[in-house]
Design a protein around this ligand. Structure first.
Ligand SMILES: Cc1cc2nc3c(=O)[nH]c(=O)nc-3n(C[C@H](O)[C@H](O)[C@H](O)COP(=O)(O)O)c2cc1C
Length: 200
């Protein structure tokens, strides 16, 4: 059976980002489990703040169209989402907003969010580990974009000291949670690949 393909990225492009570390570790777990992994940074897909007038004038920017096509080449997407004021970062929200507008001719709306599975995680220095960011992200993806988001998720608290020098999680609870999330997303993506063999 073909390996599932998983796209992984973080909602932060800050140097030293805890969520970039979480994304990198998730990518490592997916690879260990035999999945094909694409770990990307949103730094490589800069987008203007969404403005409907811009879209009317110039259409959806090339980076959003490129990112959407990349999402559609994967059956699973893992997003590591920082928490800003009890929600997601403007970078992540803006990226999702543009992705939700990218549409090829004859394609149904929100195609990048359908027919694939999503899993989410967060790292924060706060004791709740970015949980409120995940609540907001789940709402955006599920209610806004019609995506399937797995119930299992990972939260990493006290993020400044959470990763050791090799990038692994020191806390057994968080490490076990990440293993469960990545395993479940890989399984779901494998199922998706069976339904849509032409995308593999
Ligand atoms: C504008 C702003 C708002 C923030 N609000 C929250 C918050 O509500 N809850 C929280 O846990 N951390 C909050 N933080 C702290 C971030 O979660 C922290 O900076 C985290 O390291 C960002 O993720 P990153 O390391 O992946 O860049 C906030 C940070 C900023 C800059």
């Amino acid at each position: 059976m073909s390996s599932p393909r998983i796209l992984v990225f973080a909602g932060s492009i800050r140097s030293g980002s805890h969520n970039a570390k979480l994304a990198a570790l998730a990518a490592k777990e997916f690879a260990l489990g035999g999945a094909g992994v694409s770990l990307i940074s949103l730094e490589d897909y800069p987008l203007p703040i969404y403005d409907g007038d811009d879209e009317t004038r110039s259409g959806v920017p090339a980076n959003a169209r490129h990112l959407k096509r990349m999402m559609m080449e994967h059956q699973g997407v893992f997003i590591a989402s920082p928490e800003y004021n009890a929600s997601v970062t403007p970078l992540l929200k803006n990226t999702i907003d543009w992705l939700s507008r990218a549409r090829e001719r004859g394609e149904p709306p929100l195609a990048a969010f359908r027919d694939r599975a999503f899993a989410i995680g967060a790292a924060s220095d706060q004791p709740h580990g970015g949980l409120r960011s995940l609540m907001a992200l789940r709402q955006i993806l599920e209610l806004g974009c019609g995506a399937l988001v797995l119930p299992e998720q990972v939260t990493v608290f006290d993020a400044s000291g959470a990763f050791d020098e090799t990038g692994n999680l020191r806390d057994e609870r968080a490490a076990a949670q990440l293993k469960r999330v990545t395993q479940q997303l890989a399984d779901a993506a494998r199922e998706m690949a069976r339904w849509m063999p032409e995308t593999v």
